[in-house]
Design a protein around this ligand. Structure first.
Ligand code: COI
Length: 355
C-alpha cells in the first residue's frame, strides 16, 4: 500500500502547551509535545490510527497490561538540521525491533506503513517542538499495551499502539559511576532480555536504588549464571577501551540489540579503530583498571547517545577511570551527532528525512 493511502484521523489541539516549556532547561521525559498517536487492535486487526491532543486515556483496572505487564516500547529521536529539515536516525531498526519485542510478548506485529505514515504526520504537526542546535532532539516513544479487560493470565486480544514524544536534551548531563552486578540479574537465557519489554526496566529499579544509595548511578549487568561477564547497563549498551582496543559484548537473548551500539561498531570499523565484539570478562576489566590499561568505559543508547563512565565499583572497591582529552567516547558522540543532524556524509544511509 502506498503510504499516502493510509487513513489517519487527525484532531489538533486548540491550546498548545509549547509556551509553558523552558527548552533551555529540559529534564528528560518531563514534557510531552501537543499531540500523540494511537491505534487500537481489535477483532484481529489494527484499526484506523488517530492523532489527537496529548492527554489522559481511560482504561479499566482489569486491563491486562496492569496485571501482567504485557507491554513493549521503543526509543527514537528526531533531529532538526540548520535548514529546518527533520531527520530520523535508523527508524527502520526501531520499527523492526518493536515487532521483535512484540512477538516475544505475544503481541501482534504492527504494520510498517501505518507506523511511518503516522509518525511522520505526528512530527510534522508538532514540528515546533523539535529545536535546532547541538543536543536538542525530540525523543519519540512508541509503545504497545495490552488493553483487554479481565485478569486471567493469558495474552490479550486487544492492544493499543501509541506514540508520544518529548523534547529532549542530554539524558545524563554528567559522567556516571556504575557498579558491576554481583547479586541481581537483568536477564536470563531464553528470557526477554533482548526485547524492549517494559518489565525489563521495572525489574532494574530496586537494584538501581541500592546502587544509588551507595552514590553510584547505574548497574552494569553481568551474565546471570556466573556474574563473570559484563553485558549491558540499565539504560544503555556498554563499551570498554583497553589500550587502543575497544571491546563490547555480543548481542544474545539477554542483551538489547542497541541501534546506537551497532552504529558505533560500524563507525569504529569505518575509522580503523580496533574493535572486538566478544565476551568481556569482569576479571579482564578489573585487571586492566588496576594496571592502568583501562582507558575508558562508555555507555551508548538512543536517549543517552554516548555517556562517559567515570568509574566503577566491583567487590566493594571503586576504580576511577582517567578523563582522556581525546576519548573514543567523545569521538563517537561527535561523529554520530554529525550524521544525525545531517552535517556529515551519511554513507551507510542511516538517516530518513521525516519532512
Ligand atoms: C532509549 O535509550 O531510548 C531507551 O529506551 C532507554 C530508556 C530506558 C530511557
Amino acid at each position: 500500500m502506498n503510504i499516502t493511502d493510509i487513513p489517519l484521523e487527525i484532531t489538533t489541539t486548540k491550546s498548545s502547551k509549547i509556551n509553558q516549556v523552558d527548552f533551555e532547561n529540559l529534564s528528560f521525559g518531563m514534557h510531552n509535545s501537543d499531540h500523540m498517536m494511537y491505534c487500537d487492535y481489535a477483532d484481529g486487526k489494527w484499526q484506523t490510527p488517530k492523532i489527537v491532543p496529548y492527554g489522559p486515556m481511560e482504561f479499566e483496572p482489569s486491563a491486562k497490561v496492569f496485571h501482567y505487564g504485557q507491554a513493549v516500547f521503543e526509543g527514537m529521536k528526531a533531529f532538526k538540521d540548520d535548514e529546518g529539515r527533520v531527520w530520523l536516525f535508523r527508524p527502520d531498526q526501531n520499527f523492526e525491533r518493536i515487532n521483535t519485542s512484540s512477538k516475544r510478548l505475544a503481541i501482534p506485529e504492527f504494520p510498517k506503513d501505518i507506523f511511518f505514515t503516522s509518525l511522520k504526520k505526528l512530527l510534522e504537526i508538532d514540528q515546533n517542538w523539535i529545536k535546532k542546535g547541538e543536543g536538542n532532539s525530540l525523543y519519540i516513544r512508541p509503545f504497545v499495551i495490552a488493553t483487554e479487560n479481565g485478569v486471567s493470565a493469558s495474552e490479550s486480544s486487544q492492544y493499543r499502539f501509541m506514540i508520544i514524544t518529548c523534547p529532549s536534551q542530554a539524558y545524563y548531563n554528567k559522567p556516571i559511576k556504575v557498579i558491576f552486578a554481583q547479586e541481581f540479574s537483568r536477564a536470563a537465557d531464553g528470557g526477554v532480555g533482548y526485547a524492549k519489554a517494559a518489565g525489563n526496566y521495572a525489574a532494574q529499579f530496586y537494584p538501581t536504588q541500592l546502587a544509588k544509595a551507595k552514590g553510584l548511578d547505574q548497574i552494569i549487568w553481568t551474565d546471570a549464571s556466573s556474574h563473570e561477564y559484563l553485558e549491558e547497563a540499565g539504560t544503555m549498551n556498554i563499551f570498554f577501551r583497553i589500550g587502543d582496543k575497544l571491546l563490547t559484548a555480543p548481542t544474545n537473548d539477554r542483551i538489547l540489540d542497541g541501534v546506537t551500539r551497532k552504529s558505533i561498531i560500524q563507525l569504529a570499523k569505518d575509522h580503523n579503530i580496533d574493535i572486538t565484539v566478544d565476551k568481556v570478562s569482569v576479571k579482564e576489566i578489573v585487571n586492566a583498571a588496576k594496571n592502568g590499561e583501562l582507558k575508558e568505559i562508555f555507555g551508548t543508547g538512543t536517549a543517552a547517545t554516548v555517556v562517559r563512565i567515570e568509574g566503577f565499583e566491583h567487590d566493594g572497591v571503586y576504580h576511577e577511570l582517567p578523563n582522556l582529552e581525546s576519548s573514543y567516547g567523545s569521538f563517537f558522540k561527535t561523529t554520530l551527532q554529525d550524521i544525525q543532524y545531517n552535517r556529515a556524509e551519511d554513507k551507510h544511509g542511516w538517516t530518513m528525512q521525516a519532512f
